[in-house]
Design a protein around this ligand. Structure first.
Ligand code: NAG
Ligand code: NAG
Ligand code: NAG
Ligand code: NAG
Ligand code: NAG
Ligand code: NAG
Ligand code: NAG
Ligand code: NAG
Length: 590
C-alpha cells in the first residue's frame, strides 16, 4: 500500500490487539520453521516496518524466536543504519533512495557504519548467519536444481539474470507440464467451499432436465481471451481469482456455461449483464451469475484501486439489477455469486422469486465443474461463510471505512481493537443478514454425545513465559482440552457437516473485555450417508484459551479452564448452536 507520492499508511495497533488477533499467523509460521519473513511497506505505530525494532527485534526475533532472516519488500528500505539496527537482514533489491543509480543504503555504507562504530560488527555477523543458515536449512547447498521456468516472461528464451544490467541469454522456460491430476484437487477444493445461503422448498439441487435460463457475464469466458488481462487486472467473465502480483495464470478454465451445457440439454444462455427481453414459461428457472472483485493497488479496475472503494460492497456490473429483473419475470431464481468478500444482498435477498443463493467464492480453473457438482446434487454444499454478511455498510464499526487523504500519512488506528467481523456484531448486538460460519446443506445434521476431557496437570507447573522456542512459548500449543462429539446425518441426502467450536472465556476472571464467542477450531466430517454417524475430536490448545496481559507481557489463561465454555454449532449465531459444554460440568443441548 504505497505509491510514489504517498507513503504507506501506518497501522497504529495496541499491544493486546496485535497479540490476540494479528500476531498468531506469524507465530504459526515461525513455529512451522519458515526461513524468511518480508518486512512490509507500511508503518506500525508511525515507524516503518523495515526499521521498526519492536516489530522485528522485539516481537519476531525475541518473542517468537524467529531464527531465519528478514528481507525488505522491494524498495521498502529507507535508511541504512536504522534498518540494520532494527533487525532487517537483507535489503531488496539493494538500492539507495533513488533506484538504479548504483548507490545503496548498505553496500559500502554498511562497511563504513561498522568501521565508524555506529553498527556493531556482531549485527553484520548475525545478518550473515541468518541468511547462510537458512540456505543450509532448506538444503540449497546440496544438488539444488536450477529453475526450469521464469516468472518474468512467457517466452522460451530471455535474460538468465533479469535483474542485471547486462545478462547472457538462454532458455528460461522449458514449459514443463506439472498439472498431473491437479484438476481433481482443484475441483474438490472449489466444490468444498461452495456455501449455500438460501434454499426455499429444496429448490436445489436441480434435476438435469430442468428448463434453465442462465444470465450474467460471470457465467461465461473472458471476452478478451484467457489470461488476457495482465495480473488478472480486470473483471471480465467468470471471476476465478482477485488481481495483483499474487495472481496466477490459468492453464484453462471451465466456465459455468460450459459445465451447465455439458449436463443440461435444456439450458439457454444470456451471457450479458443487461437483462434481455424474454418470455419464460411457468416452470422455467433462472440462474443469475453476479460477482465482486478486488486486488492489489498498482492496478485500478473499473475505478477500484485495489480495495472496492467505488463499487462499495455491491455486486459489480449492475448485478443487483440483473437479479431484480430476473426475479420480476421468473418465479424461481437461483443466484450464484463469485466474490472476494462480503457483498450486500438487501435489494433482492427477500424477493419471493429468489429461491436459492450460492456463494461460490473464487473457484479457480474448475469453476464450472465444481458448481455443477453442487447445482445438480452430486454433492451437498458444505462451505461455511468465513465472514459476516451485513445488511448494509453502516453495520460495521466506523473504523473499517478508512478515510483516504491526499496529504500526510494515513493513520489506521484500529479503534475496533479485537472486535473485528463477528466479534463486533456479537458485541454490538447486531443480527447480520448471514452470520459468520453460516452455510446450509441439502441434508441436516445432529451433534450429540459431547464430552470434554482435560489435559491440564493439577501439580503446579512453571509459569509460561511468552518466549522460549520458535513460535513463542511451546506450552501455548499444548492440548489442554479435547472435545469429542458424534455427528449424525439426520436428513435424506448425503453430505458433509462442519463442526465449529467457539470458546467463551471468563472475561471477569481474566480482567479483560472479550467477545462472547471466538472460533477456535473446526472440523469437517467425511461424506455421511443418511443415518450415518461420525465421531470427531477437536483439540483445544492453551493458546486457544489465552489472552495477552499487557502489564506482565505474557499470555494468561483461566486456571484449569475454570469458567470456560465451548459452544458447538453450525455458525456463530446462538440459534445455530447445538451443544454447550462448561469445563468441569459437562455438556448439554444449547
Ligand atoms: C504501538 O502503540 C501502542 C499504543 O501505545 C502500544 O500498545 C503497542 O505496544 C505499540 N506497538 C508497537 C509494535 O510498537
Ligand atoms: C557512520 O557511517 C554511516 C554510514 O556512512 C553514517 O550514516 C553515520 O552517520 C556514520 N556515523 C558517524 C558517527 O560518523
Ligand atoms: C523442473 O524443475 C522442477 C523443480 O526443480 C523439477 O522437479 C523437475 O524435474 C524439472 N523438470 C524438468 C523437465 O526439468
Ligand atoms: C413451499 O412449498 C409449499 C408447498 O408447495 C408452498 O405452499 C409454499 O408457498 C412454498 N414456499 C415458498 C416460500 O415458496
Ligand atoms: C424431469 O424428469 C422427472 C423424472 O425423471 C420428472 O418428474 C420431471 O417432471 C421432469 N421435469 C421437467 C422440467 O421436464
Ligand atoms: C462433460 O461431462 C462428461 C461426463 O459427464 C465429462 O467426462 C467431461 O469431462 C465433461 N466435459 C467438460 C468440458 O467438463
Ligand atoms: C442498516 O441496517 C440496519 C438494520 O440492521 C438499519 O437499522 C439501518 O437503518 C440500515 N442503514 C442504512 C443506511 O440502510
Ligand atoms: C439429536 O440427538 C439427540 C440424542 O439422540 C437428541 O436428544 C436430540 O433431540 C437430537 N436433536 C435434534 C435437533 O434432532
Amino acid at each position: 500500500m504505497t505509491d510514489v507520492v504517498q507513503v504507506g499508511y501506518s497501522s497504529d495497533i495496541d499491544d493486546r490487539t496485535l497479540h490476540e488477533i494479528y500476531l498468531w499467523p506469524f507465530a504459526e509460521g515461525v513455529r512451522a520453521g519458515v526461513g524468511s519473513i518480508m518486512a512490509a511497506y507500511n508503518h506500525v505505530n508511525g515507524s516503518l516496518c523495515t526499521q521498526n525494532s519492536q516489530i522485528l527485534n522485539g516481537l519476531l526475533k525475541d518473542e517468537l524466536g524467529f531464527q531465519g532472516f528478514v528481507v525488505s519488500d522491494w524498495y521498502a528500505q529507507f535508511g541504512g543504519v536504522s534498518s540494520a539496527l532494527a533487525g532487517l537482514d537483507m535489503a531488496m533489491p539493494g538500492d539507495g533512495a533513488i533506484p538504479l543509480l548504483g548507490d545503496s543504503f548498505w553496500n559500502y555504507e554498511l562497511s563504513t557504519a561498522i568501521l565508524n562504530g555506529t553498527i556493531p560488527v556482531e549485527r553484520l555477523n548475525d545478518m550473515v548467519t541468518r541468511i547462510v543458515a537458512t540456505w543450509f536449512q532448506m538444503g540449497q547447498d546440496d544438488d539444488y536444481p536450477e529453475p526450469n521456468f521464469s516468472t518474468n516472461t512467457e517466452d522460451a528464451t530471455g535474460p538468465l539474470y533479469p535483474g542485471a544490467l547486462f545478462s547472457p541469454s538462454g532458455v528460461v522456460n522449458q514449459f514443463v507440464n506439472v498439472q498431473g491430476n491437479h484438476n481433481t484437487i482443484a475441483r474438490e477444493v472449489a466444490r468444498d467451499a461452495i456455501t449455500l445461503l438460501k434454499n426455499v422448498n429444496q429448490t436445489l439441487p436441480l434435476s438435469t432436465n430442468a428448463s434453465l435460463s442462465v444470465f450474467g457475464t460471470d457465467a461465461g469466458p473472458n471476452s478478451g481471451g484467457l489470461n488476457s488481462c495482465s495480473d488478472m487486472g480486470c473483471d471480465n467473465g467468470i471471476l476465478t481469482m482477485g488481481w495483483g502480483s499474487g495472481s496466477a495464470r490459468l492453464p484453462y478454465v471451465i466456465t459455468p456455461q460450459q459445465a451447465i451445457q455439458n449436463i443440461s440439454a435444456n439450458a439457454q444462455f444470456h451471457i450479458s449483464d443487461s437483462f434481455p427481453s424474454v418470455t419464460p414459461a411457468a416452470d422455467d428457472i433462472a440462474i443469475v451469475f453476479i460477482n465482486a472483485d478486488s486486488g492489489e493497488n498498482y492496478i485500478t479496475v473499473e475505478s477500484n484501486p485495489g480495495d472496492r472503494t467505488t463499487a462499495g460492497l455491491n455486486a459489480w456490473h449492475g448485478g443487483d439489477d440483473l437479479v431484480v429483473d430476473a426475479a420480476a419475470k421468473y418465479s424461481t431464481v437461483i443466484v450464484v455469486i463469485h466474490t472476494v468478500g462480503p457483498i450486500l444482498m438487501e435489494k433482492w435477498i427477500d424477493l419471493p422469486s429468489v429461491k436459492a443463493v450460492l456463494v461460490a467464492h473464487l473457484p479457480g480453473q474448475e469453476a464450472g465443474n465444481s458448481l455443477t457438482d453442487v447445482l445438480f446434487g452430486d454433492y451437498s454444499p458444505s462451505g461455511h461463510l468465513p465472514y459476516t454478511i451485513p445488511h448494509n455498510e453502516s453495520e460495521y464499526p466506523a473504523s473499517v471505512g478508512l478515510i483516504d487523504q491526499w496529504f500526510g500519512q494515513i493513520q489506521d488506528q484500529f479503534t475496533e481493537r479485537i472486535y473485528i467481523d463477528y466479534r463486533y456484531f456479537l458485541q454490538a448486538n447486531i443480527t447480520p443478514r448471514f452470520p459468520f460460519g453460516y452455510g446450509l446443506s441439502y441434508t441436516t445434521f445432529n451433534f450429540s454425545d459431547a464430552t470434554v476431557t482435560t489435559g491440564y496437570k493439577t501439580t503446579p507447573q512453571p509459569a509460561p513465559r511468552a518466549g522460549g522456542a520458535q513460535g513463542g512459548n511451546p506450552a501455548l500449543w499444548d492440548t489442554v482440552f479435547t472435545v469429542s462429539l458424534r455427528v449424525t446425518n439426520t436428513g435424506t441426502r448425503s453430505g458433509r457437516a462442519v463442526v465449529q467450536l467457539y470458546v467463551e472465556l471468563p472475561g471477569d476472571t481474566l480482567g479483560v473485555d472479550l467477545p462472547p464467542r471466538q472460533l477456535r477450531q473446526f472440523e469437517k466430517t467425511s461424506i455421511l450417508a443418511p443415518g450415518e454417524s461420525e465421531t470427531l475430536s477437536l483439540q483445544v490448545t492453551r493458546k486457544d484459551l489465552s489472552v495477552w496481559d499487557v502489564i506482565v507481557q505474557d499470555w494468561k489463561a483461566p486456571v484449569n479452564g475454570a469458567g470456560v465454555k465451548f459452544w458447538i454449532g453450525e455458525s456463530v449465531a446462538v440459534e445455530d448452536m447445538q451443544i454447550v459444554c462448561t469445563v468441569g460440568q459437562g455438556c448439554e443441548s444449547a
